[in-house]
Write a protein that binds this ligand. Structure first.
Ligand SMILES: [Mg+2]
Length: 390
């Protein structure tokens, strides 16, 4: 079996979107003076899809959501020539070719995300070629079904947030993640607003359910040191990405500061990046995303690393490429779950582009033992609502 062609297309959403709302989610741009609404950088309305075809007619799907048009250019100009004509079963060799050929300017960020998309398509082909789901090639089923946590609860008004938590608790979710709306720029008043929102959600879900709290890199070290002791009484399961991804020493300090575990890794890349985080005890929960970290080839290795460090892997975003990794290792106890909504932040687009993404039932998702590859196919229903860039 040989790789015959690789096509990368950018799917740019032109359909209806929910308008940005102020203080919806703290993010890294909050710390920079700006004349534009900082929430405008927190929206991702296009996605790159890779379709890889083999000489025997198998089509593998990969995807990348970071900087989609740049990822497409990297795939077209640099990565595709490295994999064309090659045997997809030589996935480790192909991964090393892509990683090392782009090393001078790649390594992390959008290049690694582009490599991830190719690697995902390769693994989809491998599964389809032997008629097995990808998780069966990685270690198989380690859990009856995958527990998932409900991940939305952006900062809006408190009554709406409470109603949202109640609705999804009624649907059977027992774990919830909420976003902070305020950071260092909002001073003491913002601190109080953040605490009010956490209290409001705890009021609905009680203390028998888990609550995770997300900062999306919108805080700094000083502010997080001020917040963590105040949050302890709410018993969060973790506080996520309090500071920017490069401040590994900051993570390490925060992770030892209180009883609250610090999570991160959604903006970290490759085996080496995670070894650094683990060596420094910078995170108590690892949250790579398979479509950023280097694909399944890299994520599978990081799972083994986390197993050795006894740090749980709870991938960012749910989505099929992550569920296969969670299913196949004991290092990963559960996954994130973005419910299907109107297009707002942009992670919803996965449902608009692909068929096959599992829908949670009673707080669990299930993978089919008999669906080969990643289990995704292209959805046709919303095609006319995208600009598709070849
Ligand atoms: Mg996150």
């Amino acid at each position: 079996m040989k790789i015959k062609s690789v096509r990368a297309r950018v799917f740019e959403w032109k359909g209806k979107t929910v308008p940005p709302q102020g203080n919806f989610c703290s993010n890294a741009m909050d710390l920079v003076y700006s004349n534009t609404e900082s929430m405008s950088t927190f929206r991702f309305h296009s996605w790159t899809v890779v379709e890889m075809e083999t000489d025997d007619g198998i089509i593998g799907l990969g995807n990348v959501a970071l900087a989609p048009s740049i990822a497409k250019a990297i795939i077209d100009q640099y990565l595709t020539p490295l994999v064309l004509g090659q045997d997809p079963w030589d996935y480790e060799y192909l991964w090393q070719r892509m990683y090392r050929a782009t090393h001078a300017w790649g390594r992390k960020g959008v290049t690694m995300a582009a490599i991830s998309a190719i690697d995902l398509a390769i693994w989809d082909i491998l599964g389809k070629s032997v008629n097995k789901p990808v998780f069966k090639l990685l270690g198989g089923r380690t859990k009856e079904k995958i527990p998932v946590y409900y991940s939305k609860l952006y900062r809006t008004n408190l009554e709406d947030m409470q109603a949202e938590a109640q609705k999804y608790m009624d649907e059977g979710f027992t774990m919830f993640k909420s976003r902070f709306g305020y950071g260092p720029a909002h001073g003491t008043k913002g601190v109080a607003e953040n605490l009010k929102a956490v209290a409001a959600i705890r009021e609905v879900i009680g203390y028998d359910n888990d609550l995770m709290l997300e900062c999306y890199m919108g805080w700094n070290l000083e502010y997080t040191k001020r917040m963590l002791p105040k949050l302890e009484r709410f018993e969060p399961r973790w506080v996520e990405e309090p500071v920017i991804a490069d401040d590994i020493d900051g993570y390490a300090e925060l992770n030892q500061l209180t009883s609250i575990p610090i999570s991160g890794g959604e903006h970290e890349f490759s085996l080496y990046g995670f070894k650094q985080l683990l060596d420094k005890k910078a995170v108590s929960v690892v949250q790579y995303d398979t479509n950023r970290v280097g694909g399944i080839t890299a994520a599978h290795k990081i799972n083994a690393l986390c197993e050795a460090y006894s740090v749980p892997v709870i991938p960012h975003a749910g989505q099929m490429h992550n569920y296969h990794l969670t299913m196949s290792t004991l290092a990963s106890p559960m996954s994130e779950y973005f419910p299907m909504f109107d297009v707002e932040v942009g992670n919803e687009l996965f449902y608009y582009i692909f068929d096959g993404e599992p829908v949670a039932e009673n707080g669990f998702v299930q993978l089919d033992d008999h669906k080969p590859g990643l289990g995704l196919s292209m959805k046709t229903e919303f095609l006319d609502q995208f600009n598709i860039i070849e």
